[in-house]
Design a protein around this ligand. Structure first.
Ligand code: PEP
Ligand code: MG
Length: 563
């Protein structure tokens, strides 16, 4: 094993996003198989052709069953492509080509490469759809090589044993099928506290540290102790001590499990605590949490793998699977497609924009494609009617009062309650006027922070700016909440800020009426709020707003509320 860099031996540090301790082996998700592992493997030292082919067959089995498992978790076109890849990996012709190359004197890795190249040549010469299979073949080759040399397959694998997933960064599509039973924690080299890795980790309720520079230098299997509260990653910790710390952490987390809602301050001021959900399964899971409904259903996350726009009927079925579990519990806020920028959806987004975060995303997609929004609203209305659940609908990326007015008319025309998200600073500055034309507002602090501070929410080196404790961001929240108070309309927060127990108290002190977060974050927020009076909430709001920076803001709030 190579000698560790001093940074690695001292432990790594990043931005903590989901509290909790986890101890387990690193499962490093890479785009490519590490060259050192390939060099170390060499010719594999097999006794004869039979042994070499047996190693090939074993790798084929692992790769193709991986595709099959992913296919059964996916649907539509994605499932078809994955099933086809499983078949291609098992292809007998490919195996014969490998055997032929072995007989010609190639070692196993060279033989696999030669066989794949031969097939790529054939497919490419056929043109059209077959030519596209060349990309799948090269992907299969990378996966076979990884399995043969004993590394994890490129991309984000689902662990075979409980592991800590370490990656450069995670896109929503990468993580669609991650299983919280076997993913103990997430650590990424890039990404800030509002990145999608952070959002997904909160949804899964697993400890997470992002922006941990140097973590990709780790070998697969290295034992790690991840502290999602302190933001540290210790390499090769003492196993007995690590197990003890994890057990103690689980005990204290279990103590929070007794908080049962509903959300209120210590003196009984109600604050609706709501869930952020991504699809039917996450909605069903969240309905058991102590929440009073859903404050954000991110509809675009249902369609990340879809090449074609689903029909109104199919969309209605998906939306109904989210609405139905909340019948009798509370309302569900459905957000219309927030495709674009960091969440590309093939059938909706504009290709090749210079600056997608400032481009045609969210509601803006309806400007030149109004049918997309109309059909989605029809599907939401259908699902609302079938489920009988109180349904509110809001638009992302709203910048002007005219946009809010037009959107509200389209939603109310279908008998539903209409709102807008506050993600663009203009929406906060115009909140009193926006509230004249909509029924509610919901503050998306992830994008509001990005756009207020002009700092990409994915940028690791700007994590101090992409922090919702930035006083300028809090100022815009306070303006919006005050406008809600004046208008007597509900103003919630559905960005990651709502999941931070200390910040949640400050938000309530500013006048925010609901907080929406991953279900796993609800109990710590509810417990903290329940121990804090409305007056203390106002004091901490004032302290956070008056602080010079996030560090000073957190310190001032901790000083008032204690530990
Ligand atoms: C936000 O921007 O805060 C938000 C909730 O939307 P998303 O994170 O999906 O962009
Ligand atoms: Mg947003």
């Amino acid at each position: 094993m190579a000698t560790d860099s001093p940074a690695l031996s001292a432990g790594l540090r990043g931005t903590p996003v989901v509290p909790g301790l986890a101890f387990g082996p690193a499962l490093v998700a890479r785009a490519e198989v590490p060259t050192e592992a390939v060099a170390r493997f060499g010719d594999g030292g097999f006794a004869d052709e039979e042994a070499t082919l047996a190693a090939y067959d074993a790798a084929v089995e692992q790769v193709s069953s991986g595709f099959t498992a992913k296919a059964s978790a996916a649907s539509g076109a994605a499932a078809e492509v994955l099933t086809a890849s499983a078949g291609l990996a098992r292809d007998k012709g490919l195996r014969s080509a490998v055997r032929k190359a072995l007989r010609g004197g190639d070692d196993l890795l060279a033989a696999v490469h030669a066989a794949v190249e031969q097939f790529v040549g054939v497919f490419t010469s056929m043109g059209g759809l077959m030519a596209e299979r060349a990309t799948d073949l090269r992907d299969i080759e990378r996966r076979l090589v990884a399995r043969i040399v004993g590394e994890a397959e490129p991309g984000v694998p689902n662990p075979e044993r409980p592991s800590i997933v370490v990656a450069e960064d995670l896109a929503p599509a990468d993580t669609a099928g991650l299983d919280p039973e076997v993913v103990l924690a997430l650590v990424t080299e890039r990404g800030g506290p509002t990145s999608h890795t952070a959002i997904i980790a909160r949804q899964l309720g697993i400890p997470c540290v992002v922006g941990a520079a140097g973590v990709m230098a780790l070998d697969a299997g290295r034992p790690l102790l991840v502290d999602g509260t302190a933001g540290t990653v210790q390499v090769d910790p003492d196993p007995a001590e690590a197990e003890r710390l994890v057990a103690a952490d689980q005990e204290s987390r279990a103590a929070l499990a007794t908080w049962s809602g509903p959300g209120a301050t210590a003196n009984g001021q109600p604050v609706k605590l709501l869930a952020n959900v991504a699809d039917g399964p996450s909605a069903s899971g969240s309905a058991d949490a102590p929440v009073e409904g859903v404050g954000l259903f991110r509809t675009e996350l249902c369609f990340l793998n879809r090449a074609e726009e689903p029909s109104v009927e199919e969309q209605a079925d998906i939306y109904e699977s989210v609405l139905a579990p909340f019948k009798g519990i509370g309302h569900v806020v459905v957000r219309t497609l927030d495709a674009g920028s960091d969440k590309p959806v093939a059938f909706a987004t504009h290709e090749g924009e210079e600056n997608p975060a400032l481009g045609v995303r969210g509601l803006r997609l309806s400007f030149d494609n109004p049918g997309l929004l109309e059909r989605q609203l029809d599907a939401i209305a259908l699902a609302a009617e079938r489920s009988g659940t109180e349904t509110w609908v809001m638009a992302p990326m709203v910048a002007t009062v005219a946009e809010a007015r037009d959107f509200a008319a389209a939603v109310r025309g279908r008998g539903l309650k209409a709102g807008v998200m506050v993600e663009v600073p203009s929406a906060a500055l115009l909140a009193p006027r926006m509230l004249e034309v909509v029924d509610f507002m919901s503050i998306g602090t992830n994008d509001l922070t990005q756009y207020t501070m002009a700092a990409d929410r994915m940028a690791t080196d700007l994590a101090h700016l992409t922090d919702p404790w930035q006083p300028a961001v809090l100022q815009l929240i306070a303006i919006t909440a005050e406008a809600g108070r004046q208008a007597g309309k509900s103003v919630g927060v559905c960005g990651e800020a709502a999941a931070d127990p200390l910040l949640a108290c400050a938000l309530v002190g500013m006048g925010v009426t609901s907080l929406s977060m991953a279900a796993a974050a609800v109990r710590p927020v509810g417990a903290r709020l329940g121990a804090t009076t409305s007056e203390q909430c106002e004091d901490v709001a004032e302290a956070a707003l008056g602080a010079d920076d996030p560090v000073a803001g957190r310190a001032a709030v901790l000083e008032i509320l204690g530990g």
